[in-house]
Design a protein around this ligand. Structure first.
Ligand SMILES: *Cc1c(COP(=O)(O)O)cnc(C)c1O
Length: 566
């Protein structure tokens, strides 16, 4: 251990590399960008997650869009170093041993952030316990709860066993990590030789924790039946303090995190604004998400920026200089990224996409509030619009959770509606969305489409990846886009903020607003005003690149949440 670590970042998933199946989606990808920026900036961070030997799942799609799933095969320990320390967590009264594997994220100036991946696959554990660090978001509530105990309690104890004794700030990245507060509370009780917690003990725990909440969707907040928590956690002082976690008779992990953190934040300004009205939470700050510029800019653009703005990797605020890039060179670099994406389309679907056709991209977890099939609401209008203004291509991707039947039906709807629109409008749905595909698709399309049911988008980060690559967004005004949209300059809004009070879906209205922007602004500009299009591409990078990156984000966490001295 070189520099003492004072901040421990706990996350159920961390996307470190595309070929390490330790993540499922946005939360994990953001966590991966977080640790990469922390390493670049030399922040004194250590990260804790689970190993997930079976990953999330691998997605296959039939010709009609039926999702099939299989466990992910990956060389779980190929990139990792096993550490000798062990910790024990009691699960349903059985002692479960965990070990940690280490992955070092090396920053641009040579500093590292160690990532500890916890693993219960040890000979002394029962077969069922050995599988607890296997499947990300797998199993039933009991399995998930046990995983969260291993992450929270196991993580704190392993940090101790490994000598990370200077950690004075624990960052709970989403409520999955909330049981780390239970371990900290035990430490307080032990220190003072007490059996029952006092306000002083709770204050001591609170002084060491910060919490980030990532979704306003109620189902995104873990709530466990109290009886289950009693069984799996066993007798624990935390259970004597229902005011910390009680939620209509359930044990709410988000409530626990909010109760025992000295600082809590949402992931965009808009997200923080809606929380009081939705959940009654006040005092939740906002730190808007970002993406790691070096990880998400496509290679041809990286080469261009290395020539024109050589400091951008260390200081993404220099991307503001993109406004003076030669438009033709930027467009050419983009076409190269587009070609790389189309090569993948060809390889997987045997469809020949054309480089000079306006191409829209959409890749999200397939779940109903994200409305991936909104585009197909009015096929008659789409057909007419394309006949008048030009051809369109669309590329979709995204997995549905194996238990999310609506999400799976949405994928089928897209595939089938897409088939019906060919050949004027060509649609492909690429299987097994992961970080490699995420990079290809956000850089290689011409317009990024995002149309969730507002106000349920906490932030969204794919549009930020697109912007960094000179790709404008066509998006509902929600999440980060409320901050990033300059109409006609960095992209286009679907509807207005006023439309978006939490009320029944206005699907048809949102679809019509989407078509209006395509018809009046996007198609005519793309096909008839190439110089104007290049100006938009430059503006995406110059205006949004300097802001929506994880360097800026981590500097805000360092100052406001971790309170590290600069
Ligand atoms: C960027 C990314 C996400 C997150 O995208 P959102 O727009 O925040 O939903 C999810 N999965 C993968 C593979 C990604 O690359």
């Amino acid at each position: 251990m070189n520099t003492p670590r004072t901040v421990a970042y706990f996350s159920m998933e961390i996307g470190l590399r595309a070929d390490m199946a330790t993540y499922s989606g946005g939360l994990g990808v953001l966590a991966g960008d977080t640790v990469h920026s922390a390493a670049d900036l030399g922040l004194p961070l250590v990260a804790v997650t689970l190993l997930h030997r079976q990953g999330y799942f691998t997605q296959r799609l039939s010709a009609t869009g039926v999702q099939q799933t299989q466990p992910t095969q990956w060389a779980a320990t190929a990139y990792l170093q096993e550490l000798p320390a062990r910790a024990t967590v009691s699960v349903e009264g059985r002692p479960v041993q965990v070990r940690a594997w280490q992955y070092d994220v090396r920053g641009i100036r040579g500093a590292t952030v160690p990532v500890l991946l916890l693993d219960a696959d040890l000979a002394g554990n029962t077969p069922a316990d050995r599988a607890l660090t296997g499947v990300l978001y797998g199993g039933d509530a009991r399995y998930r709860l046990a995983q969260e105990l291993l992450l929270g309690l196991g993580g704190v104890r392993l940090l101790q066993a490994l000598g990370y004794t200077q950690v004075n700030c624990f960052h709970l990245n989403e409520g999955h990590a909330s049981f780390l507060t239970a371990a900290l509370l035990e430490q307080e009780l032990e220190r003072h030789g007490r059996a029952a917690p006092t306000d002083e003990d709770l204050a001591a725990v609170r002084a060491r924790c910060v919490f980030t909440t990532h979704t306003p969707v109620p189902a995104g907040h873990d709530r466990f039946p109290l009886e289950l928590v009693r069984q799996v956690l066993g007798p624990h002082p935390l259970l004597q303090l229902p005011a910390l976690w009680q939620d209509a008779g359930l044990f709410n992990m988000t409530f626990l995190a909010l109760s025992l953190s000295r600082y809590a934040n949402a992931v965009s300004q808009r997200h923080a604004e809606i929380l009081p009205g939705m959940f009654g939470w006040t005092h939740v700050h906002a730190i808007t998400n970002g993406v790691h510029a070096g990880r998400w800019m496509a290679p041809p653009l990286q080469a261009l920026f290395d020539r024109h703005l050589p400091g951008w990797r260390e200081d993404p605020s220099q991307l503001a200089g993109a406004s003076s890039l030669p438009g033709e060179a930027l467009f050419a670099a983009h076409q190269e990224a587009k070609q790389a994406l189309f090569a993948r389309v060809q390889r997987e679907t045997h469809q020949e996409f054309q480089l000079d056709v306006l191409t829209l991209g959409f890749a999200r977890r397939a779940t109903s509030y994200k409305r991936a099939d909104l585009f197909f609401t009015d096929p008659v209008r789409l057909e007419a619009l394309s006949r008048q203004h030009g051809l369109l291509q669309l590329i979709f991707a995204g997995k549905a959770h194996p238990r999310d039947k609506e999400g799976q039906a949405m994928i089928q709807h897209i595939v089938q509606a897409g088939t019906a629109l060919a050949p004027r409008i060509r649609v492909v749905y690429l299987a097994d969305y992961d970080m490699t595909l995420g990079g290809l698709i956000t850089a290689g399309v011409d317009v990024w489409l995002n149309n969730p049911q507002p106000p349920l988008e906490a932030s969204g980060t794919s549009g930020m990846k697109a912007a960094l690559n000179g790709v404008p967004s066509l998006s509902i005004l929600d999440g980060w886009w409320v901050e990033g949209c300059v109409e006609g300059v960095t992209g286009w809004a679907i509807g207005t903020l006023e439309d978006h009070q939490p009320q029944p879906e206005h699907r048809a209205q949102d679809a019509a607003a989407l078509y209006d922007k395509l018809e009046r602004a996007i198609l005519p500009t793309y096909y008839q005003q190439p110089a104007q299009w290049q100006t938009i591409m430059r503006a995406c990078i110059a205006r949004n690149g300097p802001v929506f990156n994880t360097h800026r984000m981590m500097q805000e966490y360092a100052q406001q949440a971790y309170q590290l001295s600069p």
